[in-house]
Design a protein. Structure first.
Length: 165
């Protein structure tokens, strides 16, 4: 778990920012497979700021975690800003958190259902400071490296937004 060791200092900074503000976050991991949440959970006492979340890797998981009608996604494609933002809002609202952080991407190694190119990920954040997205495109089909890059992208979005807010 070298990635968790690498990202732990950032998780500590994020925890400090959320705790100082008295705010919480819920996470919808997509192509990151739970790595965003796992990173935040490396912080002792994470219950102070981390409400929960889930890995949204199938339509069934999406339906359960977000509790939105299928037509809410009409016209949207995975790994897009609007799709990730819809997920960020839904995870925030359904978990009763101040902030919702979602990641939607195409990690590589297989074809993405929406046709998104491997190495493309959008992180979306919705909360009291507004709504923000951050795109990363690695142009790589390296599944494991992309999962790490997508996780870094989402955590950077969360940290930079909290610092600026």
């Amino acid at each position: 778990m070298d990635l968790l060791h690498e990202l732990h200092p950032q998780a500590l900074r994020i925890a400090g920012l959320l705790r100082a503000r008295g705010e919480t976050v819920a996470v919808a991991d997509g192509a990151t497979g739970g790595l965003i949440a796992a990173t935040l959970l490396t912080v002792p006492g994470a219950l102070d700021f981390f409400v929960g979340g889930g890995v949204v890797y199938s339509f069934r998981a999406r339906d359960v975690l977000f509790d939105l009608p299928r037509d809410a996604y009409k016209g949207m494609r995975g790994a897009s800003e609007e799709y990730a933002m819809l997920q960020a809002r839904a995870i925030r609202d359904n978990f009763g958190a101040d902030w919702g952080l979602a990641e939607s991407g195409s990690v590589g190694g297989s074809n993405h259902p929406s046709g998104a190119p491997a190495g493309r990920s959008v992180a979306a954040l919705a909360g009291p400071g507004g709504e923000f997205t951050r795109l990363v495109e690695t142009a790589s089909d390296d599944r494991i490296a992309n999962m790490a890059a997508f996780t870094r992208n989402a955590l950077t979005l969360l940290e930079t937004t909290l610092v600026a807010a």
